[in-house]
Design a protein around this ligand. Structure first.
Ligand SMILES: [Zn+2]
Length: 299
């Protein structure tokens, strides 16, 4: 029987196929779940259609299977839960924790990333406007410390560093912050292992969890995978696609990157053997907390 006290997940958006950096996140969250006898879920975060293509969902799932990362249960697609997001948003609105914002992109940019609450007093109608969550009302503590299992203490003063944040965009799309917090709660996620590019979002997630009375999962944020020039490997930076013909080699490289010290003899072993070794030897404590470059495997 799986350990129901550990439910992990991998939650990619279908904005492109997996690359080395996103595969590392999938592998680490899979191994941490399996090492703890837990459940590992896959959730496709497909709620930003202008930036996505459904064909990438199928590609991502095929890439996971090809690398031996088999999920538990059904794959969840966020696009099937839009009514849930609206229901929770309605609840927050009923409690007068939100307000409509008509600020344009230029004004938001000029504010430098910290919203000043300008529209709070205007009492605007919701239609065709962004909906923001009131942080300044401080219904929950807005100074937040995350005890991250890899990155250590991460402190953020939401009021000073973020301000009231968007839950639904002007174009009607739900924010990543709102949807992922609701889904982690609905799916009973207890442990989140993901890339450190999301660490700055985590205090907003914790704040929302507090507003909604949700319990907080444990967090582990992995360092970024970077290229030789220190740039993040990402779809935007045209990171090299995964080699579908050599999943074992990629897994070995990912394990080395995660400083799990895979034996050289494992290089080129069947995928199942690499995953079995990696699960038996997985140690979150070994994962580095500074950006890493993929190491060459041509030895
Ligand atoms: Zn505004």
């Amino acid at each position: 029987m799986p350990n129901r006290d550990y439910v992990g997940r991998f939650a990619p958006s279908p904005s492109g196929p997996l690359h080395f950096g996103s595969l590392v996140c999938a592998l680490a969250s899979f191994l941490d779940a399996k090492r703890n006898g837990g459940v590992w879920r896959v959730r496709i975060e497909d709620i930003d259609p202008p930036r996505e293509d459904p064909k990438h969902s199928a590609t991502i799932l095929a890439q996971l299977v090809n690398h031996g990362l088999q999920w538990d249960g059904e794959v969840v697609y966020q696009s099937q839960f839009l009514k849930d997001y609206q229901r929770v948003l309605d609840r927050l609105q009923t409690r007068q924790l939100t307000y409509a914002c008509q600020c344009n992109r230029k004004r938001i940019t000029q504010l430098g990333g910290v919203y000043d609450g300008h529209c709070d007093a205007l009492d605007l109608a919701d239609a065709d406007r962004a909906i923001r969550l009131r942080v300044r009302q401080a219904i929950a503590p807005c100074t937040i410390t995350i005890d991250d299992q890899v990155m250590g203490h991460h402190y953020q003063d939401l009021l000073r560093e973020v301000g009231d944040f968007v839950l639904r965009r002007r174009d009607g799309l739900y924010s990543y912050q709102l949807a992922s917090v609701i889904d982690d709660h609905r799916q009973g996620i207890t442990h989140i292992v993901r890339g450190s590019d999301l660490l700055s979002s985590t205090p907003r997630h914790r704040y929302l969890q507090q507003c909604l009375g949700y319990s907080a999962p444990d967090y582990a944020h992995l360092p970024l995978a970077v290229d030789l020039h220190g740039n993040k490997l990402s779809k935007q930076n045209h990171a090299a696609p995964l080699n579908h013909a050599a999943p074992s080699k990629t897994l070995w490289q990912a394990l080395a990157w995660l400083q799990q010290d895979p034996p050289k003899a494992l290089l080129g072993a069947p995928v199942e053997a690499v995953i079995a070794w990696a699960t038996a030897h997985w140690s979150l404590g070994r994962v580095p907390n500074v950006p890493q470059q993929p190491s060459p495997t041509d030895t």
